[in-house]
Design a protein around this ligand. Structure first.
Ligand SMILES: [Zn+2]
Length: 490
């Protein structure tokens, strides 16, 4: 038997680490802060890539690849950008047996190197919009790291687009935020709040940053994706210009947007339980595990034959074919391991449906079916298995989202005063939708005194109007104020 997972109620952070390590999703690397993504974890990343890549391409974006090494001087061209990233940049100074004439930065993000190419490729308005995405690794030297959530090297996609007008750039920024919102909810089953970042929290070099914010089971926030309107900031630094219809040279207006392997951490902290990983079916590669009960020699062959039949009947079923993902089925015929060990293992690794096939149930023409997130056993007649599996996969995807949404809503509060906020954030955490005068000082004070930050200024008008924001939570100024979501975060 593997080690026991620490219960969430005892130590949430230890629970998370236990799930990641014991479900063999990732491991620590010899280099501090880096992570090794193991096959169980990488399979989830591949599902994320497949689904999101399709959504991104539907908006007309194409994939490309840019180098990992960036001349140091590139990073310095955009003043805010270098200031924002300097503390976490790793630099190559020595290669090919000698000191390099110009140091090379290992990309923390690719706005600069991509702009150097855009400047070459774009001449006229006919070259616009230019819509590029890349799937890549990036390196940001982090002091405090946690598997998937914050690692020195991580995998992500970064989209970079160029447009003729500021309006088009803003539309693109918002469109990608919408793509991320739908992806998070439909595929990861993570409910998110789309919003705008405060000036203080926005991307270094952006005009504005939009984000989606999720709530984990411990009522802390996790930023699940960002979309930046870069205006012409990088275009000016790299002289990315085009000849417009009116015959004038103009700088392009740009966007960039990304999500990373951090989503895997967010997905774990949203759905998993004290038995291990709970995986939304759309992210699973094995959806059903069939476990033959082979204790008696005389019924073993009959049981194994029944397992094959059950597996085939699921694969042949029209209902399964209509699901938006390939249904993977695995029959665990290993005789060295007891069924009890297998139950434990597949709960730990988050396989959505478990089917036990035993001689006594077969006599009654049935099998035992267990759904991972609910853990209840059902006796299902053989003929009904395919339909039941397909119904469970659909329902589980939906109910994980609903459960997470109910949890988030129960932990979201309209908090009007600072006294109330300070008491609540310590006691129950959660999201606090509170009035703010939009000053940096008030934002900094709240962060300093409570470790809570402004996660976003929610775009949904309901947050702003019911009830109308009154006096600023921090300074008491009468307004005009807006509502911001304050929370402690990962
Ligand atoms: Zn204030």
């Amino acid at each position: 038997m593997a080690e026991k997972i620490t219960p969430r109620s005892q130590d949430f952070s230890q629970w998370y680490q236990d799930v990641v390590l014991q479900a063999k999703l990732a491991d620590y690397s010899p280099v501090k802060g880096c992570m090794v993504i193991r096959p169980n974890g990488y399979a989830i990343w591949e599902q994320i890539q497949k689904d999101l890549d399709r959504r991104i391409k539907k908006t007309g974006v194409r994939n490309a690849y840019f180098p990992m090494l960036i001349p140091e001087s590139f990073l310095k061209r955009e003043a805010q950008h270098v200031e924002g990233f300097a503390p976490e940049v790793a630099v190559v100074t020595y290669a090919g047996g000698k000191e390099l004439e110009e140091k090379l930065v290992i990309r923390p993000t690719s706005e600069t190197i991509i702009n150097s190419m855009f400047a070459k490729w774009i001449q006229s308005y006919r070259d616009l919009p230019l819509l590029i995405n890349q799937w890549a690794n990036v390196v940001r030297w982090e002091m405090r790291t946690r598997l998937f959530l914050r690692t020195t090297e991580f995998l992500w996609q970064e989209g970079h687009t160029c447009h003729a007008t500021p309006e088009e750039a803003e539309l693109e920024t918002r469109q990608m935020l919408e793509v991320y919102t739908k992806f998070a909810e439909e595929t990861l089953a993570i409910p998110v709040i789309p919003g705008r970042k405060s000036e203080n929290e926005k991307f270094a070099g952006a005009l504005s940053t939009y984000c989606i914010e999720a709530m984990m089971q411990d009522a802390k926030a996790l930023q699940a994706g960002t979309s930046h309107n870069l205006s012409s900031n990088f275009a000016k630094a790299f002289d990315t210009q085009f000849l417009d219809k009116d015959g004038k040279q103009k700088h392009v207006h740009q966007t960039s947007w990304g999500v990373s392997t951090r989503l895997i951490g967010g997905m774990i902290m949203t759905h998993s339980d004290d038995k291990g990983l709970v995986l939304p079916p759309k992210l699973a590669t094995t959806h059903v595990v069939i476990i033959p009960i082979m204790a008696k020699v005389e019924t073993k062959d009959q049981v194994l034959a029944a397992c094959e039949k059950v597996s085939q009947s699921i694969l042949d079923d029209a209902g399964i074919q209509k699901l938006p993902y390939d249904t993977g089925i695995f029959i665990d015929k290993d005789e060295q391991k007891q069924p009890g060990w297998k139950f434990f293992e597949y709960e730990l690794t988050g396989i959505p449906v478990r089917i036990e096939v035993g001689p006594r149930d077969l006599e009654k023409g049935q099998v035992v079916l267990t759904r991972r997130d609910e853990g209840k056993k059902e006796f299902i007649p053989l003929a009904d298995v395919p339909a039941r599996v397909s119904a469970i996969l659909i329902d589980m995807q939906k109910s994980l989202l609903e459960k997470a949404r109910a949890h988030r809503d129960a932990n979201t509060h309209r908090t009007e005063t600072y006294e109330e906020f300070k008491a609540q954030i310590d006691k129950v955490g959660g999201f606090h939708v509170s009035p703010w005068c939009q000053s940096r000082e008030c934002e900094a004070q709240v962060k300093e005194e409570t470790k809570a930050t402004i996660r976003c200024l929610p775009l949904d008008a309901d947050y702003q109007t019911i009830p109308e924001p009154g006096k600023c939570m921090a300074c008491g100024a009468a307004g005009p104020n807006i509502r911001a979501i304050f929370a402690r975060s990962y």
